[in-house]
Design a protein around this ligand. Structure first.
Ligand code: PLP
Length: 433
């Protein structure tokens, strides 16, 4: 394959520092680059000039951005620039703030070198761009069997990877670290793509500190055996952990400098953390043990190149609003309030499951301790049937996944939880007959 010289330069910057990271790139990932010449660089050259006819946006005769009054009046923003394009990498201020927040939320990252976060159109898009950079046709993507179903569309349908799953839990109580080891070993030594998501969708499970250590050991052992591993870490629900002894930091903290043959790729963002689902802003951050500023810059450029070729850039307006929020003195407190609302619902469900022993005749909970969701396994085995009964007779909507029901307590008022579980109980009982 013949690469553009700009892609070759990025490839060399990566390969000369850590050839394993280069080997992990897909064919598309090797070919992509963020264009330094052409329109972007000529526009940059013209910045500040008296007559600047380079930019593909519209300006008023006084040089300010053209903004329709009906839109401008809706927004109480000093910065009208937010109507214009953001850089494909994301706005530098929000990239910096998010990196600072990563250190704050994950204190053990303190001594670890990792990339600057690149802004995506939320996590889905970040995952998709990681598919672009790392997943070749036929590549296996290893995942626990309880996973966010959109991984199918992203890794399987869009990039022709093959999702290979291992049972998520052992004894319905622990994360199946042995299953992960087995799956990694199954296909011999080579390139491995692993996806981890805690707090998990659909189960609401976050690994314990001990399980996190085991996962690290397994991946390091696999890397020592000669595998080259890219680990996708989907932290969509980061921070919503409701029990002690559970991993409070992202597993990125453990994996970002675990081994030179391991590349950790973290996906996170304000979607769920800051309750802005429709803003469509997320971040992708890279970490590997054998690194340099040049390697990280090259991989960020590849990510930004993929973004430019797909969506050009993420919403500037949403980035601007978030910057305002992160600068607000009440931000932490506002977040803490929302967290306690969710935690109170979580505790209510725990208490219900303990006190209502009759539930266990018809369904049993899967391990959960965090996030937006919890799941129950339906003993009759037909969650879809239960779902239909719940809709038709009990005015209740849940998600059915095989023999499992997913309940979004994130969206269920505290006072409705008991009635909702009673409805599920009754529907399960009817379906069991
Ligand atoms: C595990 C997981 N990852 C990613 C996403 C997507 O997040 P976003 O809305 O930021 O694209 C979701 C959304 O439901 C999710 O559950």
């Amino acid at each position: 394959m013949i690469f553009d010289p700009q892609a070759q330069a990025l490839n060399e910057a990566i390969r000369s520092v850590n050839p394993h990271v280069f080997n992990l790139l897909s064919d598309r990932g090797k070919a992509i680059y963020f264009p330094k010449h052409g329109i972007l660089s000529q526009t940059a050259d013209a910045k500040g000039k008296k007559f600047n006819a380079t930019i593909g946006t519209a300006l008023e005769d006084n040089g300010s951005p053209m903004v329709l009054g009906s839109l401008g009046s809706l927004l109480n923003l000093k910065d009208r620039e937010s109507f214009s394009y953001a850089p494909s990498f994301g706005r530098p201020e929000i990239r910096k703030i998010w990196k600072d927040l990563l250190y704050k939320k994950n204190p053990s990252l303190k001594s670890i070198s990792f990339s600057s976060p690149v802004v995506t159109c939320a996590l889905t898009h970040g995952l998709s761009m990681a598919g672009y950079l790392f997943v070749n046709e036929g590549d296996v993507v290893i995942s626990p069997d309880l996973f966010w179903e959109n991984y199918n569309l992203i890794f399987n349908h869009a990039y022709s990877g093959i999702l290979q799953k291992f049972p998520t839990f052992v004894d319905n109580s622990r994360f199946n670290t042995a299953g992960l080891r087995e799956k990694i070993r199954e296909s011999g030594i080579g390139k491995k793509i692993v996806i981890l998501n805690f707090p998990n969708n659909p189960t609401g499970y976050t690994i314990t500190v001990e399980e996190a250590r085991e996962i690290k050991e397994i991946l390091v052992e696999a890397a020592n055996d000669g595998n080259e591993i890219v680990v996708f870490i989907d932290d969509a629900y980061f921070g919503l952990v409701f029990e002690n002894g559970i991993l409070q930091e992202s597993i990125f903290s453990l994996l970002a400098d675990a081994h030179e043959r391991i590349l950790a790729v973290k996906f996170d963002g304000p979607t769920k953390e800051d309750y802005v689902w429709g803003f469509r802003v997320g971040f992708v951050t890279f970490g590997t043990k054998l690194n340099s500023a040049a390697l990280y810059s090259a991989i960020e450029s590849k990510m930004a190149g993929a973004i430019r070729g797909n969506i050009s850039n993420a919403s500037n307006l949403a980035q601007t609003l978030l910057l305002e929020a992160y600068a607000s003195p009440s931000y932490d407190e506002e977040k803490a309030q929302r967290y306690s609302i969710l935690k109170r619902r979580y505790q209510k469900i725990r208490q219900l499951l303990e006190s209502r022993t009759e539930y266990s005749r018809y369904f049993s909970p899967l391990p959960f301790n965090s996030g937006y969701f919890m799941c129950v396994r339906v003993k009759s085995g037909d969650a879809e049937k239960v779902r239909k009964v719940l809709l038709e007779k009990y005015d209740t909507g849940i998600i059915a996944l095989g023999d499992v029901i997913r309940i979004a307590f994130s969206a269920t008022p505290y006072d409705a939880i008991e009635q909702m579980f009673d409805n599920i109980f009754k529907a399960c009982r009817e379906c069991a007959c």
